[in-house]
Write a protein that binds this ligand. Structure first.
Ligand SMILES: Nc1ncnc2c1ncn2[C@@H]1O[C@H](COP(=O)(O)OP(=O)(O)OP(=O)(O)O)[C@@H](O)[C@H]1O
Length: 343
């Protein structure tokens, strides 16, 4: 499948969520637009956790939100439950949303400050089944996320810690028994001591509730243990997708290598590049031609400015969009002509 932009979409019969050619643009004044997500494709099999990583501003949250259809994609398909969510009416979409839930980075502001925890957790039951917080599933769900229903149930979000609020937000998302949970940086706003607790909780709940997950993070270290596969995003594009162990042991894209090199205490056995990440993320209003990473890439050559690299498989299950990957059939050094003025 080399040479196609969607090589990492797999022919499996257990694919739960498939994103095809997703584009999200935000219009600005004077006809300009933010190219937040520029044609990305990936799929997730049942029970799988896909980590979605990249620097701040590369389009991770927009991808998560566009899967939920808020905002609606500019183009592309989100196939879930055999339907393209992008083509559903608002009413049809609401029904799908019970099976597709998202939790957010800032748990406190994502919860209604005026409502009691039990009522927040009961929201789905109240909308879809006309039930209220006296339904036994509310207390059960609070206990599942490690909160005492008696003590925590009548509090309001501002009376709780960030970690407790994230537990409430997880309970609210899971009460309708979704198939897919999109976690948008669920631990980055929390104290380091609490982060591991929430990650462990998500792993336990994933097994118990038979969940399929997208786990968004800006830090490769956070997604390492929780992800089966990892997709790396750079400036609105996916530059590499690989099984987690493979990606950490031998990154194929120079950007993945740079992200790994910037983790404070990398695995001493991993074959990491020496190159950390230099320079700023270019503006998504005017992204570089060709490969979007070329302006910061130590391996950039003229070809990288002239031609956008297509996604191709360089090792079993490891797909990379790079003209000169670190793994696989990279061109010999002598064949590369370094770009003189990347811009
Ligand atoms: N509603 C919006 N209007 C205009 N631009 C937006 C909007 N939402 C996001 N963007 C821009 O789209 C780009 C991608 O943003 P996004 O939040 O998806 O990135 P991210 O990788 O999730 O970063 P972070 O980790 O900081 O949330 C950024 O340049 C951002 O400023």
């Amino acid at each position: 499948m080399a040479g196609t932009g969607t090589a990492h979409l797999r022919d499996r019969d257990d694919i739960v969520l498939r994103v095809e050619g997703l584009v999200v643009e935000f219009p600005l004044e004077k006809g300009q637009k933010v190219h937040a997500v520029s044609g990305i494709s990936f799929d997730i099999a049942k029970g799988e956790t896909l980590g979605l990583v990249g620097e701040s501003g590369c389009g991770k949250s927009t991808t998560g939100r566009a899967i939920m259809q808020a905002p609606r994609p500019t183009s592309g398909k989100i196939i879930f439950d055999e339907k393209d969510l992008s083509s559903l009416s608002a009413d049809e979409l609401r029904r799908s949303r019970t099976k597709l839930q998202m939790i957010y980075q800032d748990p406190i502001s994502s919860l209604n400050p005026r409502r009691r925890v039990k009522d927040i957790v009961a929201e789905g039951l109240s909308i879809w089944e006309g039930k209220d917080s006296s339904d036994p599933r509310v207390d059960q769900m609070l206990a599942e996320v490690g909160l005492d229903p008696e003590r925590a149930g009548s509090r309001r979000p501002h009376e709780m810690s960030g970690g407790q609020c994230q537990r409430v937000s997880i309970a609210r998302s899971l009460i309708m028994r979704p198939e897919v949970l999109i976690c948008d940086e669920p631990v980055s706003a929390l104290d380091v001591s609490v982060q591991a607790q929430i990650l462990n909780l998500l792993e336990d709940l994933k097994a118990e509730f038979d969940l399929t997950m997208v786990f968004i993070a800006h830090d490769l270290a956070v997604v390492k243990n929780i992800s089966d596969r990892v997709a790396v995003m750079y400036l609105g594009k996916i530059c590499e997708v690989a099984p987690s162990d493979q990606l950490y042991a031998g990154p194929a894209h120079p950007y993945t290598a740079a992200l790994l090199a910037s983790i404070p205490e990398p695995d001493p056995d991993a074959k990491h590049s020496d190159a950390g990440l230099v320079g700023e993320l270019p503006s998504p209003v005017n992204p570089p031609s060709g490969c979007r990473f070329r302006t910061r890439c130590p391996r950039a050559a003229d070809l990288c400015a002239a031609e956008e690299p297509q996604m191709r498989e360089v090792a079993q299950g490891q797909f990379v969009a790079c003209h000169f990957p670190l793994v696989g059939d990279q061109a010999p050094e002598g064949d590369r002509q370094l770009a003189s003025a990347p811009a």
